[in-house]
Design a protein around this ligand. Sequence first.
Ligand SMILES: Cc1ncc(COP(=O)(O)O)c(C=O)c1O
Length: 421
Amino acid sequence: MATTADIIARHDKHMVINLARWPVAIVRGQGVKLFDAEGKEYLDLFAGFGAGILGHCHPDLARAVCEQAHQLWHVGNLMHTEPQTHAAEAIARLGFGGKSFFCHTGADANEAAIKLTRLYGKAHPGKGGPIPGTSLKGRYKVISATRSFHGRGMATMAATGQPAVREGFEPLPAGYLNVEYNSLDAIKAALDEQTVAVIVEPIQGEGGICVPDDHYLPSLRKLCDEHDLLLIFDEVWTGCGRTGKYFGHQHWPVTPDIMTLGKGVGGGLALGVMCATERVADLYNVKKNGGVVKHATTLGGNCLATAAAAMIFHVLERDKLPEHAAKLGLHAINRLRTFATSHSVVKDVRGKGLFIGIELDPTAPGCWFKDGSEVVTRCREKGLMVNVSQKTVIRLAPPLIIAQDELDRGLTIFEEVLTKG
Ligand SMILES: Cc1ncc(COP(=O)(O)O)c(C=O)c1O
């Protein structure tokens, strides 16, 4: 078998170096464990940016994908296939009853949602003035939050509230405003007659696991209703049981007009979902658009990815994994908060379910590191995979199948690293 050095050298020779990858080559995964090319074992508390929602090579998922691989892969979306329907039924049943469109990534799902807002703003123009680039009047502006992340396509980058993501790619499409997260007043102040939608993450992921106040999403829903705005919940991180509910917004008495999914919904296969209420989804309905196709993809919802999604929702329900995530998440947050009472290096512990952020304070007395990435490296050297965002927020997003003793083993390593390096 190739060594780590071989794999990395050949990678660097032939691949675009767009990411600062770790000097590790993973060759196998099993449950919450990863194994590298040198045979070293890791406990994976980040699950490939949360996408490995059932862990690595889950037997039911592996079986579903293998069986599907022997039956049918791809026919294109001019025909009907059953795995898509199974996945869409599960999303509707466990969510708010919407209608699903399948694509490949979280960014694709948000792009599909944003395109839908453009159609909505023309169908429901309100008092909107001229729309740039058209001879029409109506609405087209989308409000999003600072520190949000919605993808790296042109529209999703514009919606993303992180200047570093957008830098160098200007000019971006017009009509996007980023305002403070968790502030209804900020959204009210940004509204004008051409605003058509608001997109938010129920809990911000890339922004550093930011949980909004309990009134934020319900009052945002009310505001959107008052102004006929579409409310989009980007659940790319928070969907599929991650936060202790099937979908993150279910922590509050609120439903969106559009929900987007990615990451965990494919369990590691490329799948994105845009799920909209029937009223809104109908704007894409070819039968009501005089036969004109308004949005589509070639491979979106291919049989393998949607067979995986259908099995993921089956296992989430059968094994009560959202409840398990809620219970273990509470345990981990309590443990880390107790640790924080005697270790000033931990400034804050926040999250819901198995979506946890630990904000560190590198200026705390005796702290050995300057940046959270040093903590990530040290954890990895000790066989623990975690992640950092916003420089100082360590993120934990393990597979939902993790057992309490495995999670505790990881937390013990993490606490030791914080104290001793
Ligand atoms: C909330 C959110 N939305 C969208 C995306 C984009 O998803 P993808 O990387 O699959 O395009 C991400 C990626 O991290 C995300 O965190």
